[in-house]
Design a protein around this ligand. Sequence first.
Ligand code: ARG
Length: 571
Amino acid sequence: MKDLKKEISSKISEVTSIDVDELLKYIEIPKNSEMGDYAFPCFKLAKELRKSPQMIAEEINEKINIEGTDIERVEIAGGYLNFFISKLSIVKEVLEEIDNKKENYGKSNIGENKTIIVEYSSPNIAKPFHIGHLRTTLIGRALYNMYKYLGYNTIGINHLGDYGTQFGKMIEGYKRWGKEYNIYENPIEELTKIYVRINALCKEDEEVLEMCRNNFKKLEQGDKNCVELWQKFREVSLKEFDRIYDLLDIHFDSLNGEAFYSDKTDEVIDILEKTGKLVESEGAKIIDLEEQKMPPCIICKSNGSTIYATRDLAAILYRARTYDFDKCLYVVAYEQNLHFKQVFEVAKLLGISEKCQKGLEHISYGMVHLKEGKMSTREGNVIKVEDLLKESISRVKEIIETKNPEFTEEEKQDIANKVGIGAVIFNDLSGNRIKDEIFDWDIMLNFNGETGPYIQYTYVRTNSVLKKAGYIPNVKDIDFCKLTDKQSQEILKLIYTFTNTIEEATAKNEPSIISRYLIDLSKAFSGFYNENKIMQEDKSIQDARVYLTYATNLTLKNGAQLLGINMPEKM
Ligand code: ARG
C-alpha cells in the first residue's frame, strides 16, 4: 500500500531540502477531518530554517508541486499546512490492498530480523492466580500478537515462580500433613492451606523453620524426595493454571521459570565477582547501587542461597545468549518497578551486548479495582480468576438466552464463551495500561457501550450484511466514486491506518491503542450502516458498499484477534 505520509514528506522535502525521514516524524493526523487528512506543523522547522512557522507554511505552499500525486489540495492554518488527500486515492489504496492481502490485511514485515521476547503471566506455583496475573497475561499476549503481526521474531515466555525458599516450607508441610489435603482436586487452595499452617508452626518453633530451610537446601542439591514433591506441586498447579489459559486461549513458547535458572546462578555470581563490584555486607553478597540512588541488590543471602533477583539475572544472561534479543519486555505490575530497575542496572555488569542491555524494558501496569461488594469471595478480596471468567460467560449466556432463544444450545454456548471472555479481555485492555482498572460487570457487558461485546456485535452485523448479499464483489468491478461520501471515507481512512496503528501501539507497548481503534472503527461502521442502504437497486452502489463492509469485517476481526478476542459468527 502506498505510504501517503511519505508522499507528503517527499514533496515537502523537494522544496525545503530537509531529509524525508525527518519530515516524516513530524506529520500528524488531525483530530478533526475538516483540518485535512494530514497536517504538517511548520514550527518544527523554524529553528533549522530560521523563519517563522507562518512564513515557512507560505513558502512551502507556494512552491510545492502536487501534480500527479494523491494530494488534492494544501491549506494553511496558522503555522500548519493541512493536506487533503484525494478521496478516490484513499478508496483505491484500501480496496486494492484488501483484495491483495485478504485475511492477512494489516500484516507487515517491518520487524523482520528483529527478536522480541515478551515475558508475561508468570504466576507463582502453589499460590493463587490473582487478578494482577490476569492483567499481565492479557497485556502480554496482546503485545506478543502485535509484534508477531509486524513480522518480529517473537518469543513468549511464562517465567513461572516455581522456585524459592517457600518450597522448603511447602515440602515440610506436605510431609507432615499431606494426607489430610486433597491437592489433586483443588491444588492451589489446598496447598495454600498447608502453607499457612506450616508458616504458623515455623513462627512458634524455630526447629521446624530450620527443617524447612534444610528442605530447600536439599531441593537445591537435587535430593530425590524433595525434588519429587516439588515436581508434584508444580504439576498440579500448572494443571490449574492451564484451565485458565484454556479459557483465555493463551499459549507460550517457553515455560522456563525460576527453577530453570537455579543451576545457572553460580555463573552470575562468578561474573559479578570478577567485576570486583560484588561486596560482602552482613554476610550477604550485594551489588551496591548507591550511586544510582537505589538500595543495594542482594545477590546471595548470608546462608548462601540465591534470591529472585539472582535468578532474573541468570535469565537475562541465558536469554541474551540463546536469543540475542533486540528487546526483552517484562510485563509485570508496577509494584516491581524498583526490582527491575535494580536488576537492569546490575545486568550491565554481566558482559552482555549493548543491544541486549538496552533492550531490557519493564512494561508495568496498574491495579484492578472491583466495583464493591459484588464479587468478594470467602477469602475476602482474593478473587479466583477462573470463577470470574466463568461468571462472565454465564452472565452472557443469560443475555443470549433472552436475545436469541432461536439458537441451538451449542451456538448459545459458543457465543457466550467468546463474548464473555472477550468482554473481560477488552475491559482489561481498554484503558492506558498504567492506569488502574475498574471492574464493573454493568459497564463491561453493555452491548452498546465502548466494550468488547459492542465490537463483536458490529462484526456480526458486517457478517449478516455479507451473508445477505451472498457475494463479495470483484474489486475490478467497483466504481470507487461510490465511496467518496463522508461516512465511507471515515471507515476507509481508519482501515488505511490499521498497520500504522499497530506500529504505534508496539512503539508504546500499549494495547489500548488497538482497543481505541476498534471502537472508532465500530462506531464509524455503525454510522455508515444506520444512514445507508447497503442492499439496493443501484448495483454499483451496492457492490461498493458490500465491499466496504467486507473490508471492515476483515479489519475488525484481525484487530480483535491481536487483543486475543475471538469473534462469534452470529449473535
Ligand atoms: N512470579 C512473579 C509474581 O507473581 C512475577 C515474575 C515476573 N518476572 C520476572 N522476571 N521477575 O509476582
